[in-house]
Design a protein around this ligand. Sequence first.
Ligand SMILES: [Ca+2]
Ligand SMILES: [Ca+2]
Length: 214
Amino acid sequence: MKDIVDMCLIPYITANILLALICNAAAVSVLSEPEDGKASSYLIGKWRLWYTFFDVNYDGVISIDEFKQYDFIFDKGLDNVNNGQLKTKKVRFFKLWKTVVLNNKKEISKDEFTALMTQRFEADKTGFIDMIKEYELALCKLVDINGDDFISREEFVMNLFAVGHRNKTKEFFLAFLPKNGKIHVQKIISEIIRFTTENFESTDIFKNEYESDI
Ligand SMILES: [Ca+2]
Ligand SMILES: [Ca+2]
């Protein structure tokens, strides 16, 4: 009787092993970068998170008004320590923000934003990375009030406050492994490039933060 039961179990176990192998192969393929230059669902999910981060007043839509938050924080007499360059830096960043995020429109929905990023990424990935790099450098120059190419804790927190994110600022800052209490702007730029352009799953400071902040 035991032999019969064992014989019946063999095909069942074999089928399950095969199923496990197939599932494992599928999981590995998700972790690989698509070869056809298409944006993965993982990357598209990150762009949707990124959209949420830009929606400073939490009304579900990114509009031109979102940028006014930067005026509120950065206009508090900080131009003295910024050698009078604040306005120039802000104008430059606003121009890039309007192009990169809003596609030069007054507002953009989450679906439009995702479609825009997908179209840009799939048309020219190198150009897309360059666009993000230029955008983030302009933001870092704005946030780097004393112009030392490092973002201090104070500068970092002020930027987060400007865009309405006040939770877990300490954890977010420490995730960049600051040295002597500050983060080099290149570290922030490389991390935002990872977040906005890396097509496969990896350790991602911005993704972790944005997921825990919503
Ligand atoms: Ca909004
Ligand atoms: Ca600085």
